[in-house]
Design a protein around this ligand. Structure first.
Ligand code: FCB
Length: 444
């Protein structure tokens, strides 16, 4: 299985390979004078996170970033996608910056450049400062201004050295997962909060993109997570349910940002809860971008659930092999999404897979981790990317989620997504078989 695969030569010249992480999941939030975030608060609530784990220590990347960036470089990656912690830079979300936080991202940036890695930064990968959560967080329209102001502070320090910038990671997770399903911070299950968050996340994407442009920064994009939506069975009702799920998950955010319109089904379902005047914000929301990133992991099987509130849906278990997360492995969804995104939303804009990967119950045995399942997974998804390229889709790069095992949000440290194993007691890093496989495939 793990013979060299000549990964580079399977792709067009200039195709970029990268590894992705995010700040709260790896840095160790207790270090360096960072302020409190709504993930610290969420983790402190009953039953929200497995074993009430949190990002206080995480991978201790704050202190070990040089060793970690060596692992990115030694694997042969071209690029490193990371995020900056808002509360590390602005402990109160606004106001006086924390010099230690700014210095950290400055050192981190230079450490990437010294290793020849292109820095790809995301400004918001979910850890809202608690002080802003207290003001309503994503429910408050002012967040569109708060995020743009934070962008100016942090990019004022490191923007000159960034290769690419995206304001927000995964709008669906920020809005729906966190305000309707209640599975991520702030853990709400509130339709009105959801509708507001859905719109404000689009608006904040736009205001922040504008602020970055006004600073003279370029190569700005958006990062959207998509999930393929299958009807659970062959009935019209299931097809309609799956189409509604597809609109909520996939078409709402891409539609807002690239078409200046939300899907009709959502406007009908959420209309009463959207903030007044939402229709007038699309000039800002559709501020032009230079690239579009897709994060893709899995598919769902959607059935109607008339006994539940709008959107009257439920997900059923599917038949395909699953990862440690219980997520079905469905590479064809990635190919279909690349085709559809280019056709319906982005046209000639360069597309990147900004996250793809799997959790696996990896263990260290005699100093090695034999994650053959991850190798097969990545190869299958890279094949899907190649198929899309062969059909003319301008896909320009692929980022593996993730460089190393880390704090996987509500499921804590148990689910291992890394190409590098982390022992969270000792902080020892052990490159897995997949890391060695990537290295042999990327270093030709
Ligand atoms: C994505 C997130 C990332 C990680 C992976 C598994 O939704 O962007 O932080 O949790 O899922």
């Amino acid at each position: 299985m793990s013979h060299p695969t000549h990964l580079r030569s399977q792709f067009p010249n200039g195709f970029r390979f990268g590894a992705a992480t995010s700040s709260y999941q790896i840095e160790g939030h207790q270090f360096g004078g960072a302020g409190r975030t709504h993930w610290d608060d969420f983790a402190a609530g009953p039953g929200n996170v497995v074993r009430a784990e949190h990002g206080g220590q995480a991978c201790d990347h704050y202190n070990r970033y040089e060793e970690d960036l060596d692992l990115v470089k030694d694997a042969g990656f071209d690029a490193y996608r990371f995020s900056v912690s808002w509360a590390r830079v602005l402990p109160e979300g606004r106001g006086t910056p924390n010099p230690e936080g700014l210095d950290f991202y400055d050192r981190l940036t230079d450490a990437m450049l010294e290793r020849g890695l292109d820095p790809w930064v995301t400004l918001y990968h979910w850890e809202l400062p608690s002080a802003l959560a207290d003001l309503g967080g994503w429910r408050n329209r002012d967040i569109a201004m708060w995020l743009a102001d934070f962008a100016e502070v942090i990019m004022g320090r490191i923007g000159d050295r960034m290769h690419a910038i995206a304001p927000i990671n995964e709008p669906w997770c920020v809005a729906w997962l966190s305000h309707y399903l209640g599975l991520h911070a702030p853990g709400l299950r509130d339709i009105r909060a959801t509708a507001r968050a859905m719109h404000h996340v689009c608006l904040a994407h736009g205001t922040t993109t504008q602020a970055l442009r006004a600073m003279g920064l370029s190569n700005l994009g958006g990062v959207f997570n998509l999930e393929w939506s299958h009807p659970a069975d062959d009935t019209d009702d299931a097809r309609e349910a799956a189409a509604l799920y597809d609109d909520i998950y996939n078409n709402f955010f891409l539609g807002g940002v690239f078409k200046g319109a939300y899907p009709e089904r959502i406007v009908q379902g959420l209309g009463a809860h959207l903030p007044g005047g939402w229709e007038n914000d699309f000039d800002t929301i559709t501020t032009p971008l230079d690239w579009c990133g897709l994060n893709y992991y899995t598919c769902s099987r959607i059935a109607p659930a008339p006994e539940t509130p709008w959107p009257h849906l439920r997900a059923e278990e599917g038949p395909l092999p699953k990862t440690q997360m219980g997520w079905e492995i469905y590479p064809d969804g990635l190919k279909q999404f690349l085709l559809r995104t280019a056709q319906e939303f982005t046209g000639d804009l360069p597309l990147f897979i900004t996250e793809n990967g799997m959790a696996n119950a990896d263990v260290v045995t005699n100093g090695t981790v034999d994650d053959q399942a991850r190798i097969s997974f990545v190869q299958a998804y890279l094949n899907a990317v190649q198929d899309a390229i062969a059909e003319g889709v301008p896909v320009n790069g692929y980022f593996l989620w993730s460089l190393m095992d880390n704090f996987e949000w509500a499921v804590g440290y148990e689910k291992r997504f890394g190409a590098v194993h982390v022992d969270f007691e000792t902080q020892k890093r052990t490159p897995k078989a997949s890391w060695h496989w990537l290295k042999s495939g990327l270093s030709e």
